[in-house]
Unconditional design. Sequence first.
Lengths: 189, 168
Amino acid sequence: MSLIIPVGEDDHFQGSLDAPAILVEYGDYQCPNCGAAYHVVKALQERFKDDLCFVFRNMPLTQTHRHAQLAAEGAEAAAAQDKFWEMHDGLYENQANLGPGLLERLARALDLNIERFEEDLAAHHFHGRVRRDFMGGVRSGVNGTPTFFINGERYNGYADEEELAVAIEQVLNHPGSRKDSADRPHTRR
Amino acid sequence: MEALKAGAQAPDFKLPSTPDQEVSLAEFSGRPVVLAFYPADWSPVCTDQLALYSELGDEFKKYGAAVLGISVDGAWCHAAFAKDRGYRIPLLADFEPKGEVARRYGVYREDDGVSERALFVIDRDGKVHWSYVSPMGVNPGADGILQALETLPGEKRQERPKKTGAGA
């Protein structure tokens, strides 16, 4: 399965969109496996440096994780104040305490405009954005969290550092296999 | 044993959905039905799969589709499982005679005593419109189901997420 929504400027990304390897994660802030994957991704970023661009997209499974949607909207609300990654990291590093209280504490610690942040959450201003990520994931064959795509192709292995590193090295050693560039024809069906 | 293919008449059935309620296929006549056979409650792969289908309730509703999970587990087991996970789709107990409905759909694994992980989309006239048997350990996701619902006879919705790139 391939990504049907190509990676672009509208995404939350760390590194360069021109990097030879692009790792996309569909994740849920309350999912314990995503909490573990958070540290795996950090290690991969440390290992591959500028060769790796990391993209995070929202895949909250709200029926099983009651704070997942709120957390996703909270990260988007922080993004609107240029603090997406700070909020993202804070949520995963404090995953055990996830809830409205944590969001507010993080928002204050990040010196966000609290009034605006809370208004964004109360009015669900970013609900649509989160849902768009979610449905893009579903249509790309995301079937649980975390699901990774490497250069546009679904990664089906375990979310552990060594296995992901092997897959990333593979695309680094075979440049030109990018399937996620926006100008490539849509060949999925 | 081969899973029923597109065009086959979907066999009717009546199975417990709770310890004191039963659900039959016939009662959904006129609506598309998604049947998700899965091997067992509590196994990790099913868990993600059913969570995803529960999550997509609104998407399925756009097609008026009913989504039913089916395994050979008993109704009390289903009840505990659904409560624990917060699932909102009915889970049917293909428990007595064991696996009978799975057999009729061609997705019973005699050696294992459980059904395949198989998906059927049944059209408004009760015919199989699409079917898919996933490898046992693989969560088939929902993309195939949504594509099948989009291509149902008389279905006007043909929306796909557009390849708009970045600035959507």
